[in-house]
Design a binder for this molecule. Structure first.
Ligand code: UD1
Ligand code: UDP
Length: 373
């Protein structure tokens, strides 16, 4: 039998992280002919992941433009990804999550009647403006997909509530746990992979480290300034240091550089590659973030996570007590952070390794679903 042709499409850092375990699994499986296509909606941050995971895409659309708009990006994605599909004529198109690349990839496949498999299906915040535009992107993909790989029973149930055919919905776990296991094992085998934080670790010795990331579009402007204000107030404590790998989006960098550069207890650094970011979580007392992926990784590594968003599509961490929604009000962010720093009982209750997102075998399950008759 001819191997099944799988075209896996992605464009940003988190998609690459969550898809490399699947690409590794497809690569070693004779049931498939696997082709990777990157839109390169991200460039440097995507390439960091491709390098560490050893992924060489067959197609690279190199679409990233500085400060790109959603409509220009989406238009370029649709035509570019459609062209790749016409050339490859795959049996399945695989997309992950809720980015513009994933949404446009699903739509271009639908226009060609190619079935779409959606990895990390069924996440819903219930609010189309938080996160924006991701909530609508994933609903569009959910309407199109023929195979929904839901990370948890909660996400599977969300799809069934939207009348998605239950026979197409499978709980696979989230491939982020596969990726995290792989990266932690690699870093343990080769400590040089995580040596790049040594200088900061020495500079902040004796302080409690807070790892911080922020990039959501709905937080641009006022939200970003409030987050910066909170960071300044938190880092005014002599016992605390904030390590903040700053996303390359200029809307994030401009504010954070202007508000936080030069503070003693704040390190604004370039985006870390995945081994170093996992190391940052490991050396942090807690994580402050508006990221999706970090909400999954921090609980898996036993670190409390304060989520600087109004809603989350990942309620599992909040329900388990390892994550808390704190919004983007500076007073609230500061108060919740100080509560965790100053109340050992509160901290202890949140700091337990809890991993509702998977067992590290999600990619193997997805591969079997793609192989099914
Ligand atoms: C995108 C996704 C978001 C995801 C995030 C992960 C959409 C609409 N948004 O948001 O869902 O959570 O990625 O990080 O798909 N840039 C660089 N180099 C890079 C990456 C970005 O310079 O490697 C800059 C560019 O100026 C680019 C801008 O960041 O125009 C925004 O990138 P874009 O992918 O449009 O949006 P993100 O905010 O990164
Ligand atoms: N990450 C990374 N380096 C960094 C910041 C984050 O490798 O400097 C990883 C992180 O471990 C997680 C993913 O990037 O797996 C999250 O990406 P991001 O926050 O950009 O997007 P989101 O998950 O919100 O879509």
């Amino acid at each position: 039998m001819n191997p099944r042709r799988i075209l896996t499409i992605f464009g940003t850092r988190p998609e690459a992280i969550k898809l490399f375990p699947l690409l590794h699994a497809l690569e070693g499986d004779s049931r498939f002919a696997s082709v990777a296509c990157v839109s390169a909606q991200h460039r440097g941050m995507l390439d960091q992941v491709l390098t560490i995971a050893g992924i060489v895409p067959a197609h690279d659309l190199d679409l990233m433009r500085p400060d790109q708009t959603l409509d220009a990006l989406t238009a370029a994605l649709l035509t570019g990804l459609g062209g790749v599909m016409d050339a490859e004529r795959p049996d399945w198109v695989v997309v992950q999550g809720d980015t513009a690349t994933a949404m446009a990839g699903a739509l271009a496949a639908y226009y060609r009647k190619i079935p779409v498999a959606h990895v990390e299906a069924g996440l819903r915040s219930g609010n189309i403006h938080h996160p924006w535009p991701e909530e609508v992107n994933r609903k569009i993909i959910g309407t199109i997909a023929a195979l929904h790989c839901a990370p948890t029973e909660t996400s599977a149930a969300a799809l069934r509530r939207e009348n998605v055919d239950p026979a197409t919905v499978h709980v696979t776990g989230n491939t982020v746990i596969d990726a995290l296991h792989w990266i932690v094992a690699r870093s343990e085998a080769d400590r040089a992979l995580v040596g790049g934080l040594a200088e900061l670790e020495a500079r902040f010795a004796g302080k409690r480290i807070i790892g911080l990331t922020s990039h959501r579009r709905e937080n641009f402007g006022e939200g970003m300034r409030a987050i910066a204000d909170a960071v300044r107030r938190i880092a005014a404590r002599p016992d605390v240091a904030v390590i903040f790998p700053v996303h390359l989006n200029p809307n994030v960098r401009a504010v954070m550089q202007a508000e936080l550069a030069g503070l003693d207890n704040v390190a604004l650094i370039e985006p870390l590659d995945y081994p170093h970011f996992a190391r940052l979580i490991a050396i942090s007392t807690l994580m402050l973030t508006d990221s999706g992926g970090v909400q999954e990784e921090a609980p898996a590594l036993g670190k409390p996570v304060l989520v600087m968003r109004e809603t989350t599509e990942r309620p599992e961490g909040v329900e388990a007590g390892t994550a808390r929604l704190v919004g983007t009000d500076a007073d609230r962010i500061v108060a919740e952070t100080f509560r965790l720093l100053d109340d050992p009982a509160e901290y202890g209750a949140m700091a337990r390794a809890h991993n509702p997102f998977g067992d590290g075998r999600a990619a193997a399950r997805i591969v079997d679903l793609l192989a099914a008759p």
